[in-house]
Unconditional design. Structure first.
Length: 565
């Protein structure tokens, strides 16, 4: 069944240079933690629909929904068992149509998450593969191999799972003996598809069309650098657990960035084009360096790629300048704009990361009670500054739900509550990503800060820290100087002054070890990453991240401002 929307309420992008995605602000919704409409403790599609007006009001152009498909939820939905259905914990297909309908009415575009590298081991295709014989067509949809060693009891190669432990699991034959092994770059319940098999391409084209027919505006493509593996699946001398940054560019990783995968995206781009010029693809392609990542956004492939070097930059003027320069250069060289990202559901939120003075926690590892705790006041102040600086840059911005509230991570989550497979697969050595996935606080003074609706609410799937009433949206909505107010004002000013489509020019006088300044059109953006106040130049202060300070006061350490010059 296809849906019956009215024609999209958006004017089609006139030319590639004016494509809406180039300067878009896209808000990531992590469905299980956004808003729970029925009180079962898990966020759902109806909860998102009910609050879409808040996002339109915030001033974003589009939402990206993390997976809501049928899934046993062993990796929070990135383990899909049916790509063309909604998991009952999130609602129904009718709920999805309702969400699309509301988004259209509010002028919001909707991008969904496509997970093509792997599916759930519960997926019918994988179950069929397990039931079939080695060498069969069913097995060829995945990457099955015989083991090494005289008993086949060693994994086919030395690759490690991102979540810890080997990237191979051995199957069991009907007679109980050990069978072939299958590859999973992530959890053992997430078998990798075999993208050397044309049948896999056909299956994903079907999935793309299914959702395009339902009116989605595009796809965020999960691990878009991993689909195709090097022929022969050679051992790799890179970092044992296979982080995608380690190993580049000195050593080519056989599971990342293989040339043939670009043909997949060329084909998808053609499929999207059949649905009009406005459909987009955004790559999660965590490869170094940026010049290499830019290969994903060449004109015949994707529209955007998440900027991981920006996401992992410290709160330091020289580091930020360097990554902004290399991003503009690398993406500009292929005719694309850069994206700017400070937080997502896989990393420690920037309000927590920037609350450390030394090197912060390692990406993807999370923070536990036994770790040094962040200075939340410092983190929140710097987060506001970093966000204002970011929203002044030309290009596209991705926001992660809750960052507009200045939310930090939950850094003292009890181990018993942890859900991320990383925690269990590393026996707790890596804390995992639960801390950045805590349900959002909506109403101060209510159970679980109003995350769950319904008469009797169950405990949320991850507990909220006790002190989160202070961050609740209703409290912030009532304050003209809240974090939320800053985002709203910044998004409005960004639009009015055309900052997303502008050009960046550094103002050297402000570019020091301690500060940065750039001009974008008639706006001057300043950032103080140092320890001493910075005199503000003449000009009208449009916005400062410490909103309670007067226009004439110096720019404080950990503060940013926009001036009209
Ligand atoms: C990247 C996603 O963002 C992450 O949450 C997930 O665990 C892995 N890909 C595997 O799908
Ligand atoms: Ca629910």
């Amino acid at each position: 069944m296809t849906s019956t929307y009215a024609a999209p309420a958006f004017a089609a992008s006139a030319t590639p240079d004016t494509h809406w995605s180039r300067d878009s602000v896209i808000y990531q919704v992590y469905p299980r933690s956004f808003r729970d409409s029925n009180g079962d403790g898990i966020g759902d599609l109806a909860g998102i629909t009910a609050e879409l007006g808040q996002l339109a009001d915030l001033g974003v152009d589009a939402v990206w929904l993390s997976p809501f498909y049928r899934s046993p939820q062993r990796d929070a939905g990135y383990d899909v068992s049916d790509y063309c259905d909604v998991d009952p914990i999130f609602g129904s297909m009718a709920d999805f149509d309702e969400l699309m309908h509301s988004a259209r009415g509010l002028g919001l575009r909707v991008i969904i998450d496509l997970v093509p590298n792997h599916c759930s081991s519960d997926h019918a295709l994988f179950q069929a593969a397990l039931a079939a014989a080695p060498g069969s067509a069913a097995r060829d949809m995945f990457i099955f191999r015989d083991g090494r060693g005289s008993e086949d009891d060693l994994p086919p190669n030395n690759w490690q799972s991102h979540f810890g432990g080997p990237a191979w699991t051995r199957t069991v034959n009907p007679d109980g003996s050990g069978g072939q092994w299958y590859l999973h770059l992530f959890d053992s319940t997430q078998p990798d598809f075999n993208w050397d098999n044309p049948a896999v391409h056909v299956e994903f084209e079907r999935i793309l069309r299914f959702w395009l027919d339902r009116g989605v505006d595009g796809f965020r493509v999960d691990v878009a650098h991993a689909l195709v593996k090097a022929p022969g699946l050679p051992d790799w001398g890179g970092t044992a657990w296979g982080g995608s940054i380690e190993g580049f560019p000195g050593e080519e990783a056989p599971m990342f960035g293989q040339p043939a995968l670009h043909n997949v995206y060329r084909m998808w781009r053609e499929v999207l084009a059949e649905y009009g010029p406005d459909k987009i693809l955004c790559a999660e392609a965590n490869v170094d360096p940026l010049e290499r990542m830019a290969n994903w956004v060449r004109p015949d492939q994707m529209h955007q790629a998440f900027n991981f070097p920006y996401l992992t930059s410290p709160f330091s003027a020289p580091a930020l300048r360097s990554v902004v320069d290399s991003s503009l250069r690398a993406f500009g060289a292929v005719g694309a704009t850069s994206t700017w990202v400070l937080s997502n559901h896989d990393v420690v939120r920037h309000a927590t990361r920037f609350g450390y003075d030394g090197p912060g926690p390692r990406e993807g590892d999370g923070i536990g009670s036994a770790d040094p705790q962040p200075n939340l006041e410092l983190g929140r102040r710097r987060a506001a500054a970093a966000s204002l600086f970011t929203l002044g840059l030309p290009g596209a911005v991705y926001l992660y739900q809750g960052e507009e509230l200045g939310l930090p991570d939950h850094t003292t989550l009890p181990d018993a509550s942890r859900q991320d497979p990383t925690f269990a697969r590393t026996s707790g050595e890596r804390i995992g990503r639960d801390g950045c996935r805590i349900p959002l606080p909506w109403r101060a003074g209510s159970a679980s800060a109003g995350f769950s609706g319904g008469e009797t609410a169950a405990d949320p799937w991850l507990p909220l820290p006790a002190a989160w009433d202070d961050y609740a949206r209703d409290v912030q909505a009532a304050s003209p100087t809240s974090h939320l107010a800053l985002y709203r004002k910044a998004l409005q000013a960004r639009r009015i002054h055309g900052l997303g489509t502008g050009t960046l020019q550094w103002v050297e006088e402000y570019c020091t070890e301690q500060s940065l300044g750039f001009r974008n059109g008639t706006t001057l953006a300043l950032l103080n990453t140092g320890t001493t106040p910075l005199e503000l130049p003449r000009g009208t202060v449009l916005l400062r991240s410490q909103q309670q300070l007067g226009a004439g006061e110096a720019l404080q350490p950990g503060e940013a401002a926009w001036l009209s010059i």
